[in-house]
Design a protein around this ligand. Structure first.
Ligand code: IMP
Ligand code: MG
Length: 333
């Protein structure tokens, strides 16, 4: 059983929380990360502690799962080694020997570039590292002695396993191919590319869960429909700050159904997970059963899944990995 998790909006949908729930609940042998690199910031709340992870898979909360980073991911060794130290997962961690390396020089280039300023990048060196790889002058993790003990063949491992959870990062509207180009990240991040990042062919994928948040946020520049002010977002308890950059996120009250339908189509989404129902509709905090959600929240969920045409099977009702309504037994609309 191979499941890919992807973001359906502009990132920060709450993928970290959904992944940590699935890691604990479904008990995958392997949790493998695709996507761009340390420009991602996944927040995981587990046993009362908050973790902000940029490279190590959020599924680390299941202590039995092996944690892998795929060949398509770009790795900053400083960020990675600190995270491994923090979560204490060195003995069950591996990284594909072909993965790209982010150097100090890439970060400096990202900070100094006028175009990076225009786009509002995370300044983590991802774009310059991807561009060096495209130009075939980039380094790989095999060139970094500190990473040697972690090198492995990720495609061989994931293709041999029975149950794998694949973590995507960033999100559809930030995809270099399908997002709001040029205000996008440096790679495609739709499910097919996330699969390729870890070495899984299209026929191997069983489920694609697209994660969306009950309202829309975007960090960095580029278009955002129906944007509201910081004051208004604060009033509604929706004002968020970027995990990596600390920048205030821009907010739009609504879901953009045309974009979400397109995202579901190109990702081949088989299920949708929706987060922060408790923020959009107060009174739903920590609810774990569908029937216990308020009518307003249920109406919104039903309208959303009908508009997108994909069933909402997982509903987030709070920050902890266990604040979830899981309706995966109900697979169809
Ligand atoms: P870059 O990926 O750092 O080059 O930044 C390009 C754009 O993508 C900027 O608008 C960033 O804010 C945005 N971005 C990149 N990664 C993430 C993410 O994980 N969450 C939210 N926004 C992101
Ligand atoms: Mg994030």
């Amino acid at each position: 059983m191979i499941t890919i998790i992807v973001g359906g909006q502009y990132g920060d949908e709450g993928k970290g929380k959904i992944i940590s729930y699935l890691a604990i609940n479904d008990n995958p042998e392997i949790i493998a990360r695709g996507g761009v690199g340390p420009n991602a910031g996944h927040q995981v709340y587990y046993k009362g502690k908050a973790y902000g992870l940029r490279l190590v898979p959020c599924g680390f909360v299941n202590e039995k799962s092996r944690l892998l980073i795929g060949a398509g991911v770009f790795v900053d060794p400083d960020v990675l080694l600190k995270e491994l130290e923090m979560i204490g997962a060195k003995d069950r961690f591996g990284i594909d020997f072909r993965a790209g390396l982010i150097t100090k020089e890439h970060i400096e280039r990202d900070i100094a570039s006028e175009n990076s300023k225009k786009i509002g990048t995370t300044k983590t060196g991802c774009g310059p590292a991807v561009s060096d790889r495209v130009n075939r002058v980039g380094k790989t993790v095999s060139d970094c002695p500190e990473l040697k003990r972690y090198l492995t063949d990720v495609p061989k491992e994931v293709n041999a396993a029975k149950k794998v959870l694949v973590e995507g990062t960033q999100a559809f509207m930030l995809s270099n191919l399908y997002g709001t180009y040029p205000f996008v990240t440096s790679k495609d991040v739709s499910a097919s590319t996330i699969a390729a990042d870890v070495g899984l062919g299209p026929t191997k994928i069983d489920e694609v869960i697209m994660v969306i948040k009950s309202y829309t946020t975007r960090v960095g520049n580029g278009p955002l429909k129906d944007e509201i002010s910081v004051e208004e977002a604060k009033k509604r308890n929706m004002q968020e700050y970027g995990t990596v950059s600390g920048r205030p996120r821009r907010t739009s009250l609504d879901l953009h159904f045309d974009d979400l339908k397109n995202a579901a189509m190109i990702n081949g989404a088989t299920q949708i997970a929706i987060t922060k129902i408790d923020i959009k509709f107060p009174g739903n905090e920590h609810v774990k059963e569908y029937n216990k959600l308020t009518k307003e929240a249920r109406d919104f969920i039903e309208k959303t899944e009908k508009s997108i045409g994909v069933p909402i099977t997982i509903i987030g009702t709070g920050p902890d990995a266990s604040d979830i309504v899981d309706r995966r037994s109900r697979k169809r609309l």
